[in-house]
Ligand binder design. Structure first.
Ligand SMILES: *[C@@H]1O[C@H](CO)[C@@H](O)[C@H](O)[C@H]1NC(C)=O
Ligand SMILES: *[C@@H]1O[C@H](CO)[C@@H](O)[C@H](O)[C@H]1NC(C)=O
Ligand SMILES: *[C@@H]1O[C@H](CO)[C@@H](O)[C@H](O)[C@H]1NC(C)=O
Ligand SMILES: *[C@@H]1O[C@H](CO)[C@@H](O)[C@H](O)[C@H]1NC(C)=O
Ligand SMILES: *[C@@H]1O[C@H](CO)[C@@H](O)[C@H](O)[C@H]1NC(C)=O
Ligand SMILES: *[C@@H]1O[C@H](CO)[C@@H](O)[C@H](O)[C@H]1NC(C)=O
Ligand SMILES: *[C@@H]1O[C@H](CO)[C@@H](O)[C@H](O)[C@H]1NC(C)=O
Ligand SMILES: *[C@@H]1O[C@H](CO)[C@@H](O)[C@H](O)[C@H]1NC(C)=O
Length: 269
């Protein structure tokens, strides 16, 4: 009897997890708060006041289902491979945006090569301009408009480098950000403003000045925990978590909550 009643428990938790697949909007205030909770603001970026909700969509889990990246998601190395879509909500809340506006998007690792000693901060994994409204909405989040570069015209300044942090180098924070592209880059690459190809020790404030950018209008982030087996690599020793500070990321918080729930249910049996 006792053993039988234990059996349904995992199904309940799978149900909880499955519900996570349904995408829902994240407010700009929530984006802003999660950047502060994660320590990214002010440690990596001095301030973030997003006017739009900016999303990436990626293939998640063993079944490779489509999932919306919400700020603070924990991804495996496999899931962190090139997102298949970028999208945006509330674009009319951003200043200087018209239907012709082009955008630029980057991805960086704030914690390269190691969270405890990020001597390469920031390490750029992707930078490309010329994104525009594609005219279609996201299949993952139907209220979000897809940003894309017309087929065959994507010429990234930094071609996508899939995140693959070394084992036992802590919880890496990977940040995507969205900026309005100054009109002169509609016909010229970033190198024309003197930007260098080197991807390490990328100084964001210097870069913004160099390119004449306003502040990011949207940003999101995910983490990769190199201290677990989540990288999909052969198990490295779980060892000693190197995550610093008292930050609890949303993903961790829900696991903690579920573990507590699980424990209390067990106690009832
Ligand atoms: C509109 O943008 C401003 C920042 O430019 C932000 O503070 C505000 O929360 C945004 N409003 C909505 C509804 O997203
Ligand atoms: C597409 O997105 C825009 C902007 O969020 C929204 O106004 C529109 O209703 C969406 N279209 C559909 C079919 O959901
Ligand atoms: C945008 O596209 C044009 C060609 O249509 C190209 O000349 C320019 O370098 C591109 N700009 C960026 C930032 O990729
Ligand atoms: C980044 O550049 C700014 C100004 O260009 C400078 O003040 C700052 O010290 C630089 N930051 C780092 C970490 O080198
Ligand atoms: C909007 O345009 C003005 C004037 O060109 C500029 O100063 C400001 O930084 C721009 N804002 C954004 C968010 O790009
Ligand atoms: C570690 O991850 C790999 C790939 O996902 C998996 O095959 C293996 O069983 C995992 N090992 C442990 C101990 O969880
Ligand atoms: C797994 O880890 C080893 C060394 O720790 C590394 O050489 C290898 O590239 C990693 N493989 C993957 C798929 O990350
Ligand atoms: C965990 O690592 C920190 C810093 O590397 C060290 O000071 C601490 O003693 C370690 N704790 C354990 C239990 O190994």
């Amino acid at each position: 009897m006792r053993q039988r009643s234990l059996l349904w428990l995992p199904a309940v938790f799978l149900g909880v997890l499955a519900d996570d697949h349904a995408a829902s909007s994240v407010s700009t205030l929530e984006f802003k708060n999660r950047f502060v909770e994660s320590g990214i603001v002010p440690e990596v970026i001095a301030a973030l006041d997003p006017s739009v909700s900016f999303y990436a969509s990626y293939k998640a889990g063993d079944d490779g289902h489509d999932e919306l990246l919400v700020p603070g998601s924990t991804l495996t190395v496999a899931e962190a491979a090139m997102p298949f879509e970028f999208s945006v909500e509330n674009l009319n809340n951003a200043t200087n945006v018209t239907a012709q506006t082009r955008f630029l998007i980057y991805l960086l690792d704030a914690d390269a090569p190691d969270r405890n000693s990020p001597t390469a901060r920031n390490q750029r994994h992707f930078l490309a301009g010329n994104y525009t409204l594609s005219g279609v909405n996201s299949t993952v989040l139907p209220s979000a408009q897809v940003l894309a570069v017309p087929d065959g015209q994507l010429r990234p300044f930094t071609p996508f480098i899939p995140p693959n942090p070394a084992p036992n180098t802590g919880v890496h924070r990977y940040i995507y950000a969205l900026y309005i592209q100054p009109a002169r880059f509609n016909t010229a690459g970033f190198e024309t403003s003197g930007m260098e190809a080197d991807i390490q020790n990328w100084n964001l404030s210097r870069w913004r000045t160099q390119l004449g950018l306003g502040p990011a209008i949207g940003a999101t982030f995910f983490t990769i925990d190199t201290n677990t087996n989540s990288s999909g690599n052969a198990t490295t020793s779980v060892g000693n978590g190197t995550s610093t500070g008292a930050t609890i990321l949303p993903g961790q918080a829900s696991w903690v909550t579920m573990a507590a729930l699980f424990a209390s249910l067990l106690a009832l049996l």
